[in-house]
Design a protein around this ligand. Structure first.
Ligand SMILES: Cc1ncc(COP(=O)(O)O)c(C=O)c1O
Length: 401
């Protein structure tokens, strides 16, 4: 690139945007395109976009809303009262704890938007945030956008993918404003226990941190007891904010709706920030999510069972080709150590996609501690997952590249 282009780029690109890491998934997109050009039928298990159908009641509510002129205008930043109230009722039914729909609940344009704005709302540039490693990649961009520094919390298999909070050094802690957790975890599929959340809350209390629990996989668990809410633990509502998502609970990723529940001061700060920069989601989509939230919780169990069945099919097929992965109890992912002899998750995934059309997510794309793993997203039916594994088996049998 010549110097004038560089100068130009720096003039109109903030240091915060320059600090945003490039995505390893761009290389995967290229590999998928190459596979398509070569005539391969791509099986894309690299992205966690649910392929299940949204609840019928949600689609019907949205259809009716489209022709209701009352839904066509702006919606102010705090969303509608019916949605806030439906969220509060849903939370109480799920976790047995009452939350104040006005002070402790805030609709979001997706959990991802909420996460990024919450960092800006609760911390100042130069502050630090304790962030899991590996983690959902959008966290890295959000941290850069907020001008924050990352203190990585390695998530290791031998600790059940829970961070060792006692290992964080005192200097980092003195600068930290927030602790981020996500269970059931993306990408590792690890789960947290109520006892771990009690420990995390005590740690956050001791170091005066806001605990941000990204909780989009609340409904994707074999046993709901494996998805405890940190807000339902003693002191949780005074110290933590949880982020939920219609993308995962109701398979409505494209509709862009989530909600935050928790610590009233942080919710107020986020409301104020969102009010300064945007309006909230289309009223029809809010009505759709109200309808989904009012469905019996049993409806979500059926979706979880679908992912569980897919997980079993994938793990059995992998075991049959000699690739053994731990058996998760939650989420829509399988986090598998690289096959023997493979060292670089990105090179492995690109070569696999190029040769077979099967796209997986390289562990390194989720952070340094993700190297050595790949993530399978269970977003296709069992027979397609078995077909993907058959192709992987043939690829591995073909020997070293
Ligand atoms: C951990 C995590 N947080 C947030 C999101 C995105 O949620 P939303 O679609 O509500 O922005 C995802 C999507 O995969 C995720 O895995």
């Amino acid at each position: 690139m010549d110097a004038s282009v560089l100068t130009q780029a720096a003039r109109f690109t903030s240091r915060r945007v320059q600090a945003m890491p490039g995505s390893m998934f761009a290389a995967m997109d290229t590999a998928k395109d190459r596979a398509r050009l070569a005539g391969l039928d791509v099986i894309d298990l690299s992205i966690g976009a649910s392929d299940l159908r949204p609840p019928e009641a949600a689609l019907a509510a949205l259809r009716d809303a489209l022709y209701d002129p009352a839904t066509h205008g702006y919606c102010l930043h705090s969303g509608t009262r019916p949605l806030r109230t439906a969220v509060a009722a849903w939370y109480e039914a799920r976790f047995g704890v009452a939350v104040d729909a006005e002070r402790q609940v805030l609709p979001l344009i997706g959990a991802q938007e909420g996460f990024a704005n919450l960092l800006v709302a609760c911390a100042d540039p130069g502050d630090a945030v304790l962030l899991p490693d590996p983690a959902y990649p959008s966290y890295f961009g959000a941290v850069a956008a907020a001008g924050l520094e990352t203190v990585p919390l390695p998530l290791l298999a031998e600790r059940g993918f829970l961070p060792d909070l006692d290992a964080v050094d005192a200097t980092s802690l003195a600068r930290a404003r927030a602790l981020v957790l996500c269970y059931p975890n993306n990408p590792t599929a690890g789960i947290a226990t109520p006892a771990f959340f009690d420990q995390a809350l005590a740690f956050a209390e001791r170091h005066d941190l806001l605990l941000i629990h990204d909780f989009p996989y609340v409904d994707l668990v074999d046993d709901p007891a494996d998805a405890p809410s940190v807000l339902a633990r003693p002191g949780g509502l005074e110290r933590a904010v949880e982020l939920y998502s219609a993308s995962k609970s109701f398979h409505m990723g494209g509709f862009r709706l989530g909600w935050a529940i928790g610590q009233a001061e942080a919710i107020a700060a986020l409301t104020r920030l969102k009010g300064a920069i945007d309006f909230n989601q289309y009223l029809g989509i809010q009505r759709a999510v109200v309808a989904a939230l009012r469905e019996p919780l049993a409806a979500r169990r059926a979706d979880a069972a679908t992912f569980s069945e897919r997980r079993s099919a994938l793990l059995a097929a992998l075991a049959a080709i000699g690739w053994h992965a731990p058996v998760p109890r939650a989420s829509m992912y399988v986090w598998a150590p690289l096959p023997a002899g493979e060292r670089d998750s990105s090179l492995f995934c690109q070569a696999l996609a190029g040769a077979t059309g099967v796209a997986l997510a390289p562990g390194r794309g989720f952070g340094p501690s993700g190297e050595g793993y790949v993530r399978f997203a269970l977003v296709r039916e069992p027979e397609v997952l078995r077909e993907a594994v058959a192709r992987i088996g043939a690829f591995l049998d073909a020997g070293p590249r």
